[in-house]
Design a protein around this ligand. Structure first.
Ligand SMILES: [Zn+2]
Ligand SMILES: [Zn+2]
Length: 325
């Protein structure tokens, strides 16, 4: 079968590989669409600490079940929850699977969905309503990240919200914040192309130099070390700052400022089953218009070109299309 494989370094190629053989309790899914994101770019640059060369990438997966699994029929449309919690650590024992101490992901720690077929734990299958277009459903994974961040930040009606970074996650976070009936949602973004994308979605862009300490909740979606020292300057006294973007290591924050103004910093990691449900509902109802975020759909065979397109910038969300579409 065809699969998009990271070979090591910056080398990524669509090539023929042996199809996966599902172990006990796992199922085969015929990929319909797989979204590519910043994490995939990190893997394909050799920058991800856990990915091993030879990996089939892709963790934003929708497709069709090959054989029936439990109550889910063969051919049914499914979203694949890519989290692989260990099930035995302390957070897992308290059902906090998204912060499992040994959390793995399909497409990072094991072969993922950028392939004709992907093997997944059957309990990770989320059946999709037949009327939901699979292309839109491909946005469930990043949207669940945004839903989780909004929940963690306790964004409510009337709040002023600021989002740093207008990549796909930043824009989804800002869109979810707007749905909560917030007084304002502003975005800061240094890239002119990304800022233009945010304006197209109707968001007000603020210059980094114009930060005025007015937001009740700041959602930091950059993950860029240069941005971290400045993140508190958007927050009003008593505000909550949510870290959404993944930082590559230890970064600087002014703890004295945090203390004097009683700011709350909240971490977020991935999403829960409830967040996935909520993301699915937002797409189903059209409250989040997936077509505004999906800027390209390319066949699986052109996966390497799709990765390059994301590296070049300008594209927001690029999907690979497989035989399940
Ligand atoms: Zn992703
Ligand atoms: Zn665990």
């Amino acid at each position: 079968m065809q699969a998009l494989t990271w070979r090591g370094g910056r080398q990524v190629e669509a090539a023929s590989v042996a199809p996966p053989v599902p172990q006990d309790g796992w199922s085969l899914v015929r990929m319909a669409y797989v979204g590519l994101c910043g994490t995939d770019l990190h893997i394909c640059a050799g920058e991800h600490p856990r990915a091993k060369p030879g990996l089939v990438i892709g963790h934003e997966i929708v497709g069709r079940l090959v054989e029936p699994a439990g109550s889910v029929a063969a051919g049914a449309a499914v979203f694949v929850n890519p989290l692989l919690p260990c099930g035995s650590c302390r957070p897992c024992r308290f059902a906090r699977y998204n912060v499992c101490q040994r959390l793995g992901f399909l497409g990072i720690d094991r072969d993922g969905g950028a392939a004709e077929l992907v093997a997944v734990p059957s309990e990770r299958l989320v059946p999709l309503p037949p009327w939901l277009d699979l292309k839109r459903a491909a946005l469930i994974e990043p949207l669940a990240v945004a839903v989780h961040a909004i929940r963690r930040g306790q964004v409510v009606t009337g709040y002023r919200v600021h989002v740093t970074g207008a990549g796909p996650i930043g824009l989804l976070v800002a869109s979810c914040a707007r749905l909560e009936g917030t007084a304002s949602v502003t975005i800061s973004e240094p890239s002119a192309a990304r800022a233009a994308g945010a304006r197209e979605l109707g968001f007000e862009l603020l210059d980094d130099a114009a930060a005025d300490r007015s937001a009740d909740v700041v959602l930091d979606c950059t993950g860029h070390p240069d941005a971290s020292p400045g993140v508190l300057k958007w927050a009003t006294t008593g505000a909550t700052v949510v870290t959404v973007g993944t930082y590559p290591g230890v970064v600087g924050v002014d703890l004295q400022d945090l203390m004097f103004r009683e700011l709350t910093v909240v971490g977020t990691r991935a999403y829960t089953r409830e967040d996935i449900r909520a993301a699915l509902t937002l797409l189903e109802r059209g409250e989040i218009d997936a077509t505004r975020f999906i800027t390209g759909v390319m066949p699986l065979e052109e996966g390497a070109a799709a990765v390059q397109r994301l590296r070049d910038g300008g594209a927001l969300k690029v999907l690979l299309e497989g035989p399940g579409a």
